[in-house]
Design a protein. Structure first.
Lengths: 92, 153
């Protein structure tokens, strides 16, 4: 696929199609690592070195009891969705 | 002493563990043991999808991004055993009240001896006898920790 660089201020950018982003597991505000490797520009999804620690780091200031209540309610809701999909799959 | 215990972790346990809401709680301690390998934690595609779903619902409170959630769930998948979670003819093996539960599907697929959960409805099953397979004990995180601690003493 050929793309033309476009001017963005003093820099240049490239338009990536939605399907291309989806295929790479990226979305609108995803962070990426960009490197130059022997004349090639490589764009990769940024993977935190410890993704679990990254989640936990954002929880400072979140009230534990509120988060627990959200987790409990959401787990029940998610289970209902799973059961529906399992039943549909078995019925096929 | 028995070999390393193998347990299916219910969604709530994984999410509580990921969020480490109360670090000393039994659910978080079970999850940590599965992460560091003292317990063989089992999950399935269906259960990981539930975990993602729950984490996404909690986003408005936590500020987690989709990328962060995806990366964390992928990490859980690396540290636990992920089974396909689809067992043919499950209804012929599992009692009727447990037949539609993704936890038992995963336990069966992974030959796990425990399902660890805080869901009262699932805990009501206590022990699921399976024709042609070993039974599955349904336990709370507290009970599983006792089992693990008696194994190591």
């Amino acid at each position: 696929m050929t793309r033309k660089l476009v001017a963005i201020g003093n820099s240049r950018g490239i338009i990536l199609s939605r399907s291309m982003l989806a295929e790479a597991g990226l979305e609108r505000s995803s962070e990426v690592d960009v490197t130059v490797d022997e004349g090639r520009i490589v764009i990769e999804p940024r993977v935190p070195s410890d993704p679990i620690a990254a989640l936990r780091a954002k929880l400072e200031g979140v009230e534990a009891s509120v988060l627990e209540a959200v987790i409990d309610a959401a787990s029940k809701k998610a289970r209902v969705t799973t059961l529906r999909s399992l039943r549909r799959r078995r019925a096929r | 002493m028995p070999g390393r215990r193998r347990a299916v972790l219910d969604t709530q346990i994984v999410v509580r563990g990921l969020a480490r809401v109360r670090p000393t709680s039994a659910a978080v301690r079970v999850f940590e043991r599965a992460l560091d390998g003292r317990l063989t934690g089992v999950t399935s595609g269906a259960l990981l999808a539930e975990v993602s779903h729950v984490l996404r619902i909690a986003r408005s409170l936590t500020g987690w991004t989709d990328d962060e959630i995806r990366a964390a769930v992928r990490e859980v998948g690396k540290r636990l055993i992920v089974v396909p979670g689809h067992v043919r003819d499950l209804r012929q093996i599992v009692p009727e009240d447990a037949a539609d539960n993704p936890l038992f599907e995963a336990a069966l697929a992974a030959d796990a001896e425990f399902v660890v959960t805080e869901d009262r409805a699932v805990l009501g099953c206590k022990r699921v006898e399976l024709s042609g397979y070993r039974g599955i004990e349904v336990v709370t995180p507290q009970t599983l920790l006792k089992v693990l601690s008696s194994d190591s003493s």
